[in-house]
Design a protein around this ligand. Sequence first.
Ligand SMILES: Cc1ncc(COP(=O)(O)O)c(C=O)c1O
Length: 484
Amino acid sequence: MTIFERSSEGRSAYTLPDEESYGFAPEENLPDHLLRKDKASLPECSELDVVRHYTSLAGKNHSVDKGFYPLGSCTMKYNPKLNEKTASLEGFAYLHPYQPISTLQGSLELMYKLDKLLCEITGMDSFSLQPAAGAHGELLGMLIVKKHFEKLGDSNRAKVIVPDSAHGTNPASAVMAGYEIVEVKSSSDGIVDLNELEELLDESVAAIMLTNPNTLGLFEKHICEIAERAHQKGILLYYDGANLNAIMGKIKPGEMGFDIVHLNLHKTFSTPHGMGGPGSGPVGVKKSLADLLPVPRVEEADGKFTLNEDYPDSVGRMRSFFGNFGVLVRAYTYISLMGAQGLRHASEMAVLNANYLKSLLTRMIPEGYPGVCKHEFVLDGGKLVSEYGIKTLDLAKRMLDYGVHPPTVYFPLIVNEALMIEPPETESKEALDSYAEIVKKILQEARDDVEMVKTAPHNVGTRRLNEALASRQLKTRWQKESAT
Ligand SMILES: Cc1ncc(COP(=O)(O)O)c(C=O)c1O
């Protein structure tokens, strides 16, 4: 039931002070031309109606707190509740960015220390916390690449190399920064084909963007050779850190030879995300590129924190004020709570869970690429079509009826009918077993009643949408005419 359907004329959840106790009627302060002529068509509900409305809306949304959420590439981590507690401390939650610096010292200190922690975790020398998402970080990274070559007076570097397995934001960000994309193919074992890459490396290339482990969940084991060969030609190596959660505490991108990295705090460092934000995509660089980072930069001298704008080579400002500050508080809390050992353990559990679930699921659906994976793996759904008469999408939709979230589907593009599965590190063996059981049941259902699977979901709020139509004629609000 929508809030409009709960509405009853004259019911209300608020009271305004009357003229007598207030001294004047509130609308007296508004100029005439701003006053409504007609009554606003808003629902008229009691406080309890409103509470029930939002509680029911929240229940409709799938979340990590509600159920299993192995959405590959998205790292739907459990978000410890302590993160929320610190982010809602009054001193953080009620800050105003225009407050005098002397009253922002605690927040600046948190940003300064988070920068140092991220340097330690990644092996980089300096971070900017401004970018509001991974893709935003990538754009900053590419602008830094651009500025680097501008400073060197090298105007021939027009290309950025991106693997065919890369997340779509990588080429998009490089194009936004003005680069031409050159795709490098993956080899049959799912990692960058070194020979093919070698052919592409010359003085027209500005950067190589790599994710490690890559989006197939496979570690780019030739990374040191790639870095060496790139650097020999003056090419910068960019690390898409969206998958850092598989290797934290084990190996640092800085030690693999990367010059620039972005991290997704909303994934690896456990701050809530989904449905578009808010996120945070800090960018870290090696010392030689540090002067190009955005301003203002938080600095410390004699125990006092300041904002320094005095970096003439900086690419400028990437975002208003200090980025998504609440996300920074949550990430700082998570890192402090976990400590070095805890972070390493989280990576180990992510890899263990992925390999365990992979071993269960590959008994039913073939793997996209062979071998031990890192925190996620990709299955080849071709067999679903040939043996069960269903598509990957049908399996995914039917999973919703079982109260679990489907994997990412049809990505990466290089795997047929791809299912990309990333079980969070906090899931128990029972949860993983139960997910595999659900897949088994659905495959049996496909044998018994294929139409039922092809028309799923059946038990959730919305039936299967025509996705093309839904994305072109998006209905984001309730309209009276359509209420029946
Ligand atoms: C490998 C990879 N790179 C980059 C991104 C982009 O990050 P964001 O969604 O925060 O912009 C994602 C997001 O899923 C990703 O998985």
